[in-house]
Ligand binder design. Structure first.
Ligand code: MOS
Length: 733
């Protein structure tokens, strides 16, 4: 059987192909969720609770309603009824969709400071926001628990789930620690963080009878669609979610938060198309951020550096109305071949908004504590920190002996050290200077597990040689659409320009949410299968030597389409169960992950404590890179977020009231251009044999290890170990 049609073009995978959506974005042709003009469009604005726990006793909307242009003020007195969200069911991941368990505007109860208690709908945005400020709400308040530090001692063991355990052990780490000739032990803290995507959350909702169209900046089109159908009690087939362009998500747009629900509700109540564009403050008050953490890391070693004990425990928080207890200690099960390992996670529930996933949930803050501790142990031993890591580099997954699907951390360190010039570093703290600046160089390991999920895809080839790939995945700026065009082009042997990818629409074949760095691998797997099916059909139609379009022409067929997985709606039991069991089998067999080595140089002013990051080199093992431009950009973006995490980012929650005190970019400091040096990103580009095309997702690994590399560099510059993020200048004085 002639299955192999000739390849007519150079492969595009691995090349720095320009983004397929680049022109639309740079010319402004790309429409984001708050940019859809509908005739009769009305605008919404939120009113937030100002107590953390209580009941509304009265809402006075008289003044608000008197503002010209106000159409209605929705409160729990007049809002349409919502169905409650469903409880979590591991067989239907869309049950993870709800940001909180609250029935917004269907209750007089307040569960967090910031919970929406009213929505103003008006003819203009200005009128809506002005009126929202005039809504008067009175409360009785109940005792609430909002102080993470104070509640930490009451933390309880975190429950695990199908794919992620709350604790794990090998041997007796505490006993080994007590006997270890060399040991270090320290406590670390990390603050809450917020995502600050460039596009604040926004929704435009339009009802037509029981049919609903929603434009929403979402990471999870399918979850959103199922969730809206459930909450508004309408058939899921009548709900359409469109999200062709999303201005960044980082986990903050994976769940469904009150703004989206309330826009749909406002459109239902007024019979008008309604748009809600959250202010930055609205985002902080109504979208969960990253949990704070306290962590304990204790390491025991022989004098030659062999680790005998690794203990990593953490406390995080969730909201009482929901949240995601992050797998903070996860990387400590995979990174070092310690003879004894103990990881344990505890969690407290507070009267705050649920926390949610934020770029490399768990691993980003967990690697801070672990990798700063490894550096500390290296100093204790008088060893180079890279040598210490390589001495403890495992052959198999340390906690359970699983084989690594790929593990090129040694090679990544070699490559990174060479490019960075690690050999020029003198290890003594404070030994390197540049004029008045203390110069420090630090290194840390990056690590993030690799996942893959089920995607439905159709691929169509037309006789003019064009290819259409259809899949309702999410493009938030990562380059996912470009990557899939490249993958399909190579699989069919056509130029990448002839492939068009349709995405970002729930009427397309369903894709998993964009999260966990798994979208590209998930969709790629189905695109590859579809293209393979297509090639086999073409081989039967054409003759040896035909290119794909010629094969169609010869058979007189205008186009040929194949589908993969489209008979199993994601969320439907059979497909889900089949896939999940395959996934679990695969995960039991292999430990799959992206890893890397982060190198940075900092300059610290000895008088002011000001820290500047002056150089960065990172070398990653992320399997095969599909697009040299967009993958590097993803990795670099993660490092930029890591710089923010290390030096400036911190959501300040008033420990008395539970109110977020810095809900905006003026007081929550993300890195600006002047804070970010040129970032040199290298990768090994060797395929992971267990992943589609050998690719591993690159969305999250970039942030991991970054804060530790900076903390370690600061120690090298100053001799000071700062274990509390962010490392602001006051902590260095
Ligand atoms: Mo993510 S933090 O899995 O969007």
């Amino acid at each position: 059987m002639t299955q192999t049609l000739p390849r007519t073009h150079e492969p595009s995978v691995g090349k720095p192909v320009d983004r397929v959506d680049g022109t639309a974005k740079t010319t402004g042709a790309a429409r984001f969720a708050a940019e859809y003009p509908y005739p009769g469009l009305a605008h919404a604005a939120l009113v937030h609770a100002t107590v953390s726990r209580g009941r509304i006793t009265a809402i006075d909307t008289t003044e608000a309603a008197a503002i010209p242009g106000v159409i209605t003020v929705l409160t729990h007195h007049n809002a349409p009824a919502l169905k409650p969200p469903r409880r979590f069911n591991p067989l239907d991941l869309s049950t993870m969709a709800s940001g909180t368990s609250v029935s917004y505007l269907n209750t007089d109860e307040v569960h967090w400071d910031g919970q929406p208690v009213a929505v103003v709908v008006a003819e203009t945005l200005t009128a809506a926001r002005e009126a929202a400020a005039l809504v008067e709400v009175s409360y009785t308040t109940f005792a609430s628990t909002v102080d993470f530090k104070a509640e930490e001692p009451n933390a309880e063991p975190q429950k695990g789930n199908l794919l992620m355990s709350g604790s794990a052990k090998k041997g007796d780490a505490e006993a080994a620690l007590a006997k270890a000739p060399v040991r270090i032990e320290a406590r670390f803290t990390t603050p809450p963080h917020h995502h600050n995507a460039i596009e604040p959350h926004a929704t435009t909702a339009v009802w037509d009878g029981d049919r609903l169209t929603v434009h929403d900046g979402t990471q999870s089109i399918d979850w959103l669609r199922s969730h809206l159908a459930l909450r508004f009690d309408v058939p899921v087939e009548g709900v359409r979610v469109l999200a062709p362009f999303v201005g960044g998500g980082f986990g903050g747009k994976a769940n469904i938060w009150p703004g989206t629900i309330l826009t749909v509700m406002a459109a239902r109540a007024t019979g008008r198309p309604v748009r809600l564009l959250l202010t930055r403050e609205d985002v902080y008050r109504t979208v969960g951020g990253r949990t704070p953490s306290t962590q304990r890391v204790a390491l025991g070693a022989r004098t030659d550096g062999t680790l005998t004990a690794l203990v990593h425990t953490s406390v995080t928080r969730t909201g009482r109305v929901g949240g995601n207890p992050e797998q903070v200690t996860s990387q400590s099960k995979h990174l070092y071949d310690a003879e004894n390992i103990l990881v344990r996670q505890n969690v407290v529930e507070l009267d705050l908004i649920s926390n949610t996933a934020m770029r490399a949930p768990g691993d980003s803050i967990g690697t801070f504590a672990l990798e700063a501790s490894i550096d500390e142990l290296a100093y204790e031993l008088g060893m180079d920190p890279i040598e210490l890591r390589m001495r403890n580099e495992p052959e198999r997954n340390p906690i359970d002996g699983r084989r690594f699907a790929n593990r090129k951390l040694r090679e990544a360190y070699r490559l990174g050290a060479e490019r960075f010039g690690w050999a020029d570093r003198t290890p003594e703290p404070g030994s390197m200077r540049d004029g008045r600046w203390l110069v420090g160089m630090g290194v840390a390991t990056a690590f993030h597990p690799a996942w893959q999920f089920l995607a439905n895809v159709t691929v169509r080839l037309s006789v003019d040689g064009s290819v259409l790939v259809r899949c309702g995945f999410q493009e938030m700026g990562m380059g996912g659409a470009t990557a899939q065009a490249q993958i399909a082009a190579d699989a069919l042997g056509v130029p990448v320009e002839s492939v068009r990818v349709e995405y970002g629409d729930s009427s397309l074949p369903l894709s998993p949410a964009a999260g966990g760095s798994m979208q590209t691998a998930s969709v790629a797997s189905s695109v590859l299968t579809a293209c393979e099916k297509l090639r086999r059909k073409l081989a039967r139609l054409g003759r040896p030597g035909d290119d794909p379009a010629a094969a169609l022409a010869r058979a007189g067929v205008p186009s040929l389409e194949v589908s993969v997985g489209s008979d199993t709606r994601i969320g439907r039991l059979t497909g889900q169960v089949r896939f999940l069991s395959k996934l679990i089998r695969d995960q039991r067999r292999w430990m799959k992950a992206a890893s890397g080595a982060q190198f940075c140089e900092v300059r610290v002013d000895p008088d002011t404590g000001e820290t500047r990051v002056s150089r960065w080199t990172a070398a990653f093992d992320v399997g095969r890179v599909i697009n040299a431009k967009t993958a590097v950009s993803q990795l670099r973006g993660g490092i930029v977020m890591g710089i923010g995490m290390a030096l400036s980012e911190e959501t300040l929650v008033d420990p008395r009231t539970g109110r977020i005190m810095n809900p905006g970019l003026g007081e929550y400091h993300v890195p600006v251009h002047a804070d970010v040096p040129p970032i040199d990103v290298a990768y090994l580009d060797e395929p992971d044999p267990t992943m589609p095309l050998g690719l591993i997702g690159v969305g999250e690994v970039g942030i991991t290890g970054a804060a530790a590399a900076i903390a370690n560099a600061i120690h090298h510059a100053t001799g000071r170990r700062i274990r509390e993020l962010p490392i602001t200048l006051d902590k260095l004085l």
